[in-house]
Design a protein around this ligand. Structure first.
Ligand code: COA
Length: 282
């Protein structure tokens, strides 16, 4: 297993799940430049680490993140354009480009506070589960800045404009159930079930063919900005491309198990992974 040693991020790998944990609990996991450097590197390594098949992004000490560190990320870098630019680049890299395009399925597990800049990693992950007791807040309006970097953009893309405007303009906090109602997360669960529910979702994802899952999430994301003709063409090409390098030979394996062996029903469950690659994983 790869070694992961960071100052502001903790990485744990258990039973195929890579836990990428923002680790400044005394600051409610407010994101300092160092946290951004650490997380950008850690997620890059996890993406190619065969021991991690699903990655969960979360925070230590009972909170997701209180957003950008107002002291270390903003005030202290005000007069240091080089360091500011560097920190911004890494902050945006992991919180958006890296997670949004990640090869493996990703889940945000939210507890405690999820504020401001933390909405980027919340919405860049493929799935999000929160404790009902979690507190979400687009707090920027309360202290005179915009939901910056890409926050305003990603909330506008993710939820209905009325909800985005309401919470961005008022800055009111909301809980896990409300986050689920407006589509900010998939579902909210009792706090003491949060980790178990997250593991349950990760285990379901691990039963799918990694190659097909990767192509499916890329396809769902990419078609959003295409017109119908482009989407039709792209999906046809993408469908062909997943057959190359699919160690599970998913299409033929699935057809054989359904039509010949009659051992599963694709409406309800994935085909049984049965190739060399999956045998090695067991
Ligand atoms: N930036 C810098 N420091 C932060 C921080 C942030 N975003 N959020 C919390 N902290 C620090 C506090 O200054 C405090 O530091 P101290 O122990 O040196 O005094 C420590 O973390 C604990 O915070 P505290 O406010 O005492 O904890 P709390 O549990 O009572 O409240 C919050 C937690 C998240 C509600 C509150 O800290 C808060 O509103 N933070 C600002 C969140 C925000 O607006 N973020 C948007 C940034 S884009």
């Amino acid at each position: 297993m790869a070694e992961y040693n960071y100052e502001c991020v903790k990485i744990e790998i258990r039973d195929g799940i890579g836990w990428a944990i923002m680790n400044r609990p005394e600051k409610r996991n407010a994101m300092s430049p160092q946290l951004h450097y650490d997380m950008d590197d850690a997620l890059g390594r996890l993406e190619t680490d065969p021991d991690a098949r699903v990655v969960v992004v979360t925070g230590a000490g009972g909170n997701f993140s209180a957003g950008q560190d107002l002291k270390k990320f903003f005030r202290e870098l005000e007069n240091d354009p080089f360091e500011r630019k560097k920190a911004q680049r890494h902050a945006n890299s992991w919180r958006w480009q890296r997670l949004y395009n990640y090869d493996k399925p990703t889940i945000a597990m939210i507890h405690g506070y999820c504020v401001g800049g933390a909405f980027m990693q919340l919405l860049a992950t493929d799935f999000a589960i929160a404790a009902k007791t979690a507190t979400f807040s687009l707090s920027e309006v309360n202290w005179g800045i915009l939901p910056g970097a890409l926050v305003a953009k990603v909330i506008s893309d993710a939820i209905l404009p009325r909800h985005a405007l309401y919470y961005a303009c008022l800055g009111d906090p909301f809980d896990g159930d409300e986050a689920a109602r407006i589509g900010m997360i998939n579902y909210a669960v009792p706090e003491d079930e949060l980790e178990a529910e997250t593991v349950k979702l990760a285990e379901r994802l691990m039963k799918k063919s990694p190659a097909v899952l990767r192509a499916t999430k890329q396809a769902v994301r990419q078609v959003r900005t295409m017109d119908f003709d482009q989407a039709y063409d792209y999906l046809a090409a993408k469908g062909q491309s997943i057959k190359v390098g699919d160690a599970e030979d998913s299409y033929n394996t699935g057809l054989r198990q359904f039509l010949d062996e009659k051992s599963y029903k694709p409406t309800f469950e994935p085909f049984k992974l049965g190739t060399l690659l999956s045998d090695q994983r067991d």
